[in-house]
Design a protein around this ligand. Structure first.
Ligand code: ATP
Ligand code: PRP
Length: 220
């Protein structure tokens, strides 16, 4: 029987940049994706993978609907979009944190109902529910840090990696919610149908991730 072709939905942008070297270290030829220009779908005649480049939330949609077998996407997106597929590997890249941030004038203990700006309404609601606080949530698509600076919101829930955006916009962190990293997720039916091929790729990637982590520790 011929080898199955696995459709891999890769989040374009930051995730793509950080994951391509891992795939290459695992022996996957990514040259077509690297020279993509405006193309979004890449089939290879030399290996059993087809790549789809999509926005993170759409990667979860492709996976849920079975239009992709494997998804590579941030855990922020998986939690926010309530993904129900199998998460098989933490790729150890795209590491950042969810934080509550605002200007120095913000009082997290103030009794008034707060307005919170975020790209992640579900994660934000769950956080404030846990605190027992009813807040108004405003969905923002990007440059979230603008919300407390312009009076649109009292504070934001967003992800931060280096802290540069928060610092340069004179905001401060009031709380840490949860860590984020890039994950490899598999469609449930695809895992049943192509178990050997999927586990072979996952094992190769896991070996790369572990080797990179060991190298980082030895350089400390
Ligand atoms: N500052 C960051 N540091 C590390 N990882 C990040 C950071 N911001 C986002 N990520 C991770 O990368 C994923 C995609 O981020 P990216 O910025 O490429 O796309 P985006 O937020 O949709 O932005 P754009 O709308 O500009 O494409 C996020 O879902 C998250 O997992
Ligand atoms: O802590 P830092 O390293 O500064 O990173 C944090 C920034 O990165 C993300 O934004 P992104 O660059 O994806 O742009 P966006 O505002 O368009 O979402 C996030 O929303 C922060 O704004």
């Amino acid at each position: 029987m011929s080898e199955p072709r696995l459709k891999i939905a890769l989040t374009k942008g930051r995730v793509e940049t950080q994951v391509l070297p891992l795939l290459e270290q695992a022996g996957v030829d990514c040259s077509l994706v690297r020279h993509k220009q405006r193309r979004l779908i890449f089939d290879s005649t030399t290996q059993p993978y087809e790549f789809i480049l999509a926005k993170g939330p759409d990667v979860t949609t492709f996976l849920e609907r079975g239009a992709a077998d494997i998804g590579i996407v941030g855990s922020d997106i998986l939690v926010e979009h309530q993904s129900t597929q199998y998460e098989l590997l933490d790729l150890g890249v795209g590491q950042c944190q969810f934080v509550l941030a605002s200007t120095a004038a913000f009082d997290p203990q103030a009794p008034q109902r707060k307005i919170i700006g975020t790209k992640y309404p579900l994660i934000t609601k769950r956080y404030f529910d846990r605190l027992g606080q009813d807040v108004e949530i405003i969905k923002i698509e990007g440059s979230v840090e603008l919300a407390p600076l312009t009076g649109l919101a009292d504070a934001i829930v967003d992800i931060t990696e280096t802290g540069t955006t928060i610092r340069e916009n004179h905001l401060q962190i009031y709380d840490y919610l949860q860590p984020v990293s890039t994950r490899l997720v598999v469609n449930r039916l695809a895992l049943k149908q192509h178990q050997t091929a999927i586990f072979s790729l996952v094992d190769q990637l896991a070996a790369v991730v572990n080797a990179n982590a060991e190298k980082e520790v030895s350089q400390l």
